[in-house]
Design a binder for this molecule. Structure first.
Ligand SMILES: Nc1ncnc2c1ncn2[C@@H]1O[C@H](COP(=O)(O)OP(=O)(O)OP(=O)(O)O)[C@@H](O)[C@H]1O
Length: 340
């Protein structure tokens, strides 16, 4: 449904040229939710804006629904853009219009009749759960409600693709969840293809089928979400996954941690979704008679795979063998220090 082929984009200002995207290729299949994750300045906004040609690539092709947008005239592009809707971090609603009139706006531009508009807007407000707010103004809505209006408006012209530019970044965690749930249900009900950009792994984990990691304008890694979460190849991807797993050393351990190596090591390591790895505690005991006291842990599920981080204190005689085993078998094994 969306294909970017070797897309590059440079911005040239008076003093310098920034290579915002280098040779980016990706394919989003029909009906898929595809997430692009990256840190600030990585090129996410530029990438998503290249899909509807709000930014024109310097090189490469952009193909949406079989049409190569990069070779269309401006008037042809205007027509094709109707298939591609977009929502934004800050909602971009018209403050002088009611909720109803915001959603009606693209239909008015299309020249639809009053009765057609009423029928469509009512059904869209029903879809996003905001029927009772039809007469309210944006200023009187919560952030989550504003984004619901923006989603209803985006769907007014029955687009084939929805682009989400950090759509939940301005929302609190509970509202983020409800908006992601709404996007997923729209994706399923309408078979709408969704491309989103985010800096939060949580968003990817919650609704995406596929993910691409962008770093300094290049795609570092891409694949289905299960595969990337459980077997990340690139350091940047591992960093995103670890940052979404929040294990902290409890204060009592922080205060007693030392560098004295003949004490018990505190070890942090990553479980990658492989079922064998879930048996780490019994493996350590069976193989080395080393006991692993769990200090902190976070396990997550992507589909039926569990992955996560474990923080344990190792106790026993064959500590060095146990550490070598963890370093070999588990990614990102790290000795945080020693406790007496
Ligand atoms: N219009 C522009 N003119 C000049 N440079 C730009 C322009 N837009 C983006 N850039 C530069 O291109 C690079 C990528 O920017 P982009 O906004 O795509 O990153 P991002 O990943 O979306 O970051 P953020 O999450 O902070 O919005 C940055 O170095 C940015 O400064």
């Amino acid at each position: 449904m969306i294909e970017l082929l070797n897309v590059s984009k440079r911005f040239t200002t008076k003093n310098k040229t920034t290579q915002a995207l280098s040779n980016v290729s990706l394919t989003v299949e029909k009906g898929e939710i595809f997430g692009v994750i990256g840190t600030s300045g990585a090129g996410k906004s530029t990438l998503i804006r290249c899909v509807n040609l709000l930014e024109k690539p310097n090189e490469g092709k952009v193909i949406v629904d079989g049409i190569e947008l990069t070779k269309l005239s401006d008037s042809q592009l205007t027509l094709e853009r109707r298939k591609i809707a977009m929502i934004f971090q800050h909602f971009n609603l018209l403050s002088s219009r009611t909720v109803f009139d915001n959603v009606a706006f693209p239909l008015e531009l299309e020249g639809k009749s009053k009765s057609e508009i009423k029928e469509k807007v009512d059904s869209l407000l029903e879809l996003v759960g905001l029927k009772e707010k039809a007469k309210d103004y944006p200023a009187n809505l919560s952030g989550g409600q504003k984004q619901r209006v923006a989603i209803a408006r985006a769907l007014a012209n029955d687009p084939k693709v929805l682009l989400c530019d950090e759509a939940t970044s301005a929302l609190d965690p509970a509202t983020t969840k409800s908006i992601l749930k709404l996007l997923k249900s729209i994706n399923q009900k309408l078979s709408l293809t969704i491309l989103l950009i985010t800096h939060e792994m949580e968003v990817i984990k919650t609704i995406c089928d596929k993910v691409a990691v962008i770093d300094h304008g290049k795609l570092a890694e891409q694949g289905n979400v299960q595969q990337i979460f459980t077997n990340p190849k690139e350091e940047i991807t591992k960093g995103f996954i670890l940052s979404s797993l929040n294990v902290e050393l409890p204060l009592v351990y922080q205060n007693s941690l030392s560098k004295i190596e003949n004490n018990n090591p505190l070890v942090k390591f990553f479980i990658n979704g492989n079922e064998d790895q879930s048996f780490v505690i019994s493996n350590l005991f069976e193989k080395f008679q080393v006991k692993a006291k769990v200090i902190s842990a976070q396990l997550e599920y992507v589909g039926n795979l569990s992955f996560g981080v474990l923080l344990v204190e190792l106790q026993g005689e064959k500590i060095n063998e146990a550490l070598a085993y963890l370093e070999n078998e588990y990614s990102n094994t790290e000795i945080l220090g020693y406790v007496g």
